[in-house]
Design a protein around this ligand. Structure first.
Ligand code: NAD
Length: 490
């Protein structure tokens, strides 16, 4: 193993973070079969991890089921104390976790540090929220009876997680499941197993009992098949592409599991001509280039009203050309590589298609030669919805800007997408903000802000962007069943 990332990983004090063993039933499993982890910036091999089999998944399901009774019986505060200890350990080892994230995912180290902090907040928040899984008393419609609704843990849960937030997408799901009283089995993306396995080391150290939090690594199809089939898995939570989400929803139908899906986005970002251009550009830059554009909340269609269209393009270009692409472990880097070559190639295809259909492109120039996973920050203007980039998710640092004339027109265009995860509106008119907060079809809307995520908010989408919510009390409810009890003859 050689290269910049390998040299950082070799210096980690926590050697166990790169051991590459899966966690099943409280044991670290290093199989004979291995998969290789690469640094997406260079293509260098940086580690080997175990390749679990379908038989390992069965062992994990059995262990999870065995652990369920004791875990659900713990007082919520006792479960919360363990989650809190896990969060503290993540903060204590933040730098090492961030190095793992950057090495295998590619994002700049500063962003990786933010992800660790963000990931830990879900553990703390759900540690407390588990104590607030209130039921309901219903005013009775029957004489001499008492009507009650309880919330009870659903059973063993499974999570299939993506590579763009390899730590936070695990804690966002696991914190809610564990707080609800449910064990969870996590299958991380094959591109980013090290972050998941390091988080599992810290879970064990924090006192999460064997079987309650397990991580299996290997081939997605082989490992997900038993998770989908097995009736002992009562809930499945997935974050990733809409295409795979559909497959999992179909697969989960066999055993009628509760399914929560956080899928792709194609966020409209509306800028009206009553707004301060610099403020809107600052928001659009943040919403477009965070995580090098590999973010389901990314501003994918930046609609700018014609009165400020030219001014917006100029200010956006001036800010964008300052972005420096490079290795995420180099301090000056703003934009890292795409984690997967397929994502970089999709970006290039979208640019070529848009230019062929009449868009204009401006790219940020870079002085060093970068590998094939890099896509340089680019601005495409004069974009229309018939271009690929106008109607399919862009998971990279390309900003598509589309001019518009009227409010009615832009609302219809924003809502024309089959995706409905996030949206953004920049306007100085309170009336307009109120109107649009009702009209835009999405699960999360930022008005004059590009930053709105965190544990207390219900994260999720409308239409083909998904089902269910993560974070907030709604996120806890994904891992709980309602039970209505009628006490009669009182
Ligand atoms: P993906 O949906 O293939 O991968 C996400 C997770 O699903 C990973 O853990 C992967 O191993 C697993 N997976 C893949 N195929 C599977 C299958 N047949 N059965 C079970 N599990 C399977 O996403 P991708 O191909 O890595 O990325 C493609 C696009 O998906 C991106 O360009 C982006 O548009 C979108 N995406 C969205 C998010 C998000 O945050 N919503 C995250 C990652 C990718």
């Amino acid at each position: 193993m050689a290269g910049l990332a390998a040299s950082y990983l070799q210096r980690l004090r926590r050697r166990d973070f790169v051991a590459g063993a899966a966690l099943i039933d409280g044991r670290w499993i290093a199989s004979e079969q291995k998969d290789v982890v690469v640094d997406p910036a260079t293509g260098d091999e940086i580690a080997e991890v175990a390749r679990c089999s379908a038989a390992d998944v069965t062992l994990a399901i059995q262990a999870a089921e065995r652990s369920f009774a004791a875990w659900r019986e713990l007082m919520p505060a006792a479960r919360g104390a363990i989650l809190g200890a896990w969060a503290s350990l993540m903060r204590k080892h933040s730098e090492e976790l961030a190095i793992l994230v950057t090495s295998e995912q590619g994002k700049p180290l500063a962003e990786a540090r933010c992800e660790i902090a963000y990931g830990a907040t879900f553990l703390d928040w759900f540690a407390a929220e588990g104590e607030r899984a209130y039921g309901e008393m219903i005013p009775s419609h029957k004489v001499d009876s008492l009507l009650q609704v309880r919330m009870q843990p659903i059973g063993v849960a499974a999570a299939i997680t993506p590579w763009n937030f390899p730590v936070a997408m695990i804690t966002r799901k696991a914190a809610a499941a564990l707080a609800a009283g449910c064990p969870i089995i996590v299958k991380p993306a094959p591109e980013t197993p090290l972050s998941a396995l390091a988080v599992a080391r810290l879970a064990e150290e924090a006192g999460v009992p064997p079987g309650v939090f397990q991580v299996i690594v290997g081939d997605p199809i082989e490992l997900s098949a038993p998770l989908l089939r097995d009736t002992r898995i009562r809930a499945l939570s997935f974050t990733g592409s809409t295409q795979v989400g559909r497959l999992l929803l179909q697969g989960a139908a066999q055993s009628v599991k509760k399914v929560s899906l956080e899928l792709g986005g194609h966020a409209p970002f509306l800028v009206f001509d009553d707004v301060d251009v610099d403020k809107a550009v600052t928001g659009a830059m943040a919403a477009k280039f965070a995580t090098s554009g590999q973010d389901c909340l990314a501003a994918n269609r930046i609609y700018v009203q014609r009165g400020i269209y030219r001014a917006f393009l100029e200010a956006f270009t001036a800010a964008m050309v300052k972005l420096k692409a490079g290795h995420g472990l180099k301090p000056a880097t703003d934009i890292g590589p795409m984690t997967k070559l397929s994502v970089a190639n999709k970006c290039r295809a979208q640019i070529n298609d848009a230019v062929k259909k009449g868009a204009r492109v401006i790219s940020a120039k870079q002085d060093e030669s970068l590998g094939p996973n890099f896509v340089l920050p680019a601005l495409l203007s004069e974009v229309t919805e018939d271009m690929l980039i106008g109607h399919e998710e862009t998971f990279g640092p390309i900003a598509a800007v589309l001019p518009f004339d009227s409010e009615d027109e832009v609302v219809a265009r924003a809502n024309s997408s089959e995706m409905g995860l996030a949206g953004y509106v920049y306007t100085d008119s309170l009336r307009r903000a109120l109107r649009l907060s009702e009209q835009i079809e999405c699960g999360m809307l930022g008005i004059n802000t590009a930053s709105f995520t965190g544990p207390p908010i219900p994260f999720g989408g409308w239409k083909q962007s998904g089902l269910g919510r993560e974070g907030s009390r709604h996120g806890l409810a994904e891992y709980m069943e309602l039970k209505y009890v009628c006490f009669g003859d009182l």
